[in-house]
Design a protein around this ligand. Structure first.
Ligand code: SAM
Length: 222
């Protein structure tokens, strides 16, 4: 059973995510790169919506051992993350971002392709929770599917996203099914709304990290 809000079952996620999300690998590369610039030696990292644990594995390779919390509401995603990270001492938490609670002990909080499933109120709550989990000067990084500013921009973006998935070998039927989630199961907001949400949560720095097509990354510094 699919319990993760993506279009794939947990055990199919790693093999298929690249076909569905163009430039997916760049989200992790850009995340590690901005962390290097802002917190060169992170000691504590929370990855909310950690999925199958791929970013955590890359963060450990990049920064070495640190205290890591892997959070995700999906039991099946966490199960795969546990297997992938079996050689590391990781704390697992089956919880969604909007229900996260705790004090600010983290240098880094990441939410990669996670909060676009939430409506505005829950996304606001999720972003505030990420802010609260950070230490002063800590960094929050989020990547999401975004909403262009115009109807025609949205149509062009969806047309390009559809073509990219077909080029990646997905069937027309599965691509159409995936694209039909935009605006119903996927609830994107504009770049401006992202910056506003990050500032509203209390971050003193709120910036665009990366944009291509219908996906973008943002960061906030507490
Ligand atoms: C597209 S996957 C991204 C996984 C991972 N961050 C990555 O970079 O591959 C989305 C993940 O977000 C999780 N998720 C869905 N809703 C969530 C929420 N409200 N809070 C936290 N995680 C959520 C899903 O279970 C899934 O593991």
């Amino acid at each position: 059973m699919r319990d993760n809000k993506t279009s794939q079952a947990a055990n199919e996620y790693d093999d298929n995510v690249h076909k569905t999300i163009p430039r997916y690998h760049l989200f992790h590369e850009e995340t590690l790169d901005i962390v290097k610039a802002v917190v060169p030696k992170p000691q504590t990292w929370l990855d909310t919506g950690c999925g199958t644990g791929t970013l955590i594995l890359k963060a450990l390779a990049c920064f070495g051992t640190m205290k890591i919390v892997a959070a995700d509401p999906s039991e099946s995603m966490l199960e795969i993350a546990r297997e992938k990270l079996m050689n590391y001492d990781i704390t697992y938490n089956q919880v969604s971002s909007e229900a996260l609670c705790g004090v600010g002990i983290f240098d880094v909080v990441t939410a990669i392709m996670v909060h676009h499933y939430l409506d505005k109120e829950l996304r606001k709550q999720a972003t505030e929770n990420c802010y609260n989990m950070l230490k002063q000067d800590g960094i929050y990084i989020t990547f999401e599917t975004i909403k262009p500013n115009t109807q025609s921009g949205t149509q062009i973006g969806l047309q390009r996203w559809r073509a990219a998935q077909l080029r990646n070998g997905k069937s027309a039927e599965s691509v159409d099914k995936h694209i039909s989630r935009y605006g119903s199961e996927l609830l994107p907001i504009t770049v401006e709304e992202h910056i506003h949400t990050i500032k509203q949560a209390g971050f003193t720095t709120a910036e665009i990290l990366w944009v291509s097509g219908l996906q973008a990354g943002f960061y906030g510094i507490k």
